[in-house]
Ligand binder design. Structure first.
Ligand SMILES: Cc1ncc(C[n+]2csc(CCOP(=O)(O)OP(=O)(O)O)c2C)c(N)n1
Ligand SMILES: [Mg+2]
Length: 363
């Protein structure tokens, strides 16, 4: 087992597990984090593959950002809320969304709880409380501030975690959200995955501030800067912020510094706007490789276990896909459902007319 060198002579040696324990993570938690991150990496590849085959159309992949996605979500308790950005499907899975539901959403068929009405990769779930992602950058932030204020006013101790990208910090919604969250002491934690790029715009051109975290101060919030490729650091910072919010201490902005290793989406070609060397450099800081070697150092992990887990994850993905892929498209009448508790008359008439029309056509 590795022992970490003490910084000063005379200090006790620390094992990697001591380090994990110091932020509140047990050995089992580390294994959970590693599994969740490995699942995201594999799933992203599989979804891209399905897209190339024309079986789905879009996915918000997170290669290189898995530690930020997972580390933050692990700090939540059941009944806390997540307002995701584009790349946090893996957080929903970690919090308990079944993999088959994830697949059904990407396929948009009758098994999809949103009845195919959202873009693939824009997950939502009632339990866990994962609010539908929105394609409009930053629009989740005022909603998350509002949900965190509502929780406080109701005396409900649930906490809201809002993910955002660096690009979202240039949206008015970011500033509105921080202003409201600070002033009304929202039980909200804002976790910015600064992956250095908003499509082709580098984060250095997003702001003149020395960091995104430093922006929190002017709103009267704590701002925390963490290594977003270190799952322990992200977990530790988020947990402190979540506990603070739960106990009435108000909101926090965390900036997790990370990197989008791949393209923005499958329709993007990063070679056109960034240096390939940058990707290579960040690949050497891959959070998955980093956690794997940390785990190996604890003695909890080895190559054989890695191979077994890898195979398990692959079969879980294939089983989930097989379980939902043959479902038919969503029933046409679901176009009208889930919007109003009581459907207004004009919509009931439209639904009736549509169904009559389809029956007359024999479809
Ligand atoms: C309001 C708005 N403006 C522009 C876009 C187009 N757009 C989609 S994603 C994106 C970049 C988002 O960057 P960032 O917030 O850093 O998130 P990342 O994709 O890096 O995770 C942009 C500009 C959009 N979807 N919504
Ligand atoms: Mg970004």
């Amino acid at each position: 087992m590795h022992r970490l060198l003490p910084e000063n002579p005379g200090e006790a040696f620390l094992t990697p597990l001591d380090v994990a324990n110091s932020v509140g993570l047990s050995g089992d938690d580390l294994l959970t984090a590693y599994r969740a991150m490995s699942l995201i990496r594999k799933l992203d590849r599989r979804m891209l593959n399905l897209q190339h085959q024309g079986r789905t159309t879009f996915n918000g992949a997170a290669p290189g950002e898995e530690a930020a996605v997972v580390g933050a979500a692990m700090a939540l308790r059941p009944r806390d809320w997540v307002f995701p950005a584009l790349r946090q499907g893996g957080a929903a899975l970690l919090l308990g969304m079944p993999l088959a539901d994830f697949m059904a959403q990407c396929l948009g068929n009758a098994e999809d709880s949103a009845h195919g009405r959202q873009k693939p990769g824009h997950f939502s779930s009632i339990e866990p409380r994962f609010v539908s992602s929105s394609s409009c950058v930053g629009s989740q932030l005022p909603q998350a501030a509002g949900a965190g204020i509502a929780a406080r006013l109701r005396g409900d101790d649930s906490v809201v975690l809002a993910y955002l990208g660096d690009g979202a910090t240039s949206e008015p919604d970011f500033h509105v959200a921080l202003e409201f969250a600070a002033t009304f002491r929202a039980q909200t934690v804002f976790l910015c995955q600064n992956n250095q790029w908003a499509i082709s715009l580098p984060s250095a051109r997003q702001t003149a501030a020395e960091s995104i975290a430093s922006k929190a101060e002017v709103y009267g919030l704590p701002g925390v800067l963490v290594d977003g490729n270190d799952v322990l650091a992200v977990y530790g910072a988020t947990r402190r912020a979540v506990e603070g919010a739960r106990s009435g201490g108000g909101a926090t902005l965390i900036e997790a510094v990370t990197y989008r290793i791949g393209p923005h989406t499958s329709s993007d070609d990063p070679e056109r706007y960034r240096d390939r060397g940058e990707e290579v450099e960040w690949s050497s800081k891959d959070p998955l490789v980093r956690l794997r070697s940390f785990l190996t150092g604890t003695g909890l992990w080895n190559e054989e276990k890695d191979e077994v887990q890898d195979a398990e994850i692959s079969s879980e993905i294939e089983a989930a896909l097989a379980a939902v892929e043959s479902a038919p498209p969503p029933a046409v009448e679901t176009l009208f459902s889930d919007v109003y508790a009581e459907m207004p008359l004009h919509l009931r008439i439209q639904r009736h007319e549509l169904l009559q029309h389809l029956t007359a056509q024999g479809s």
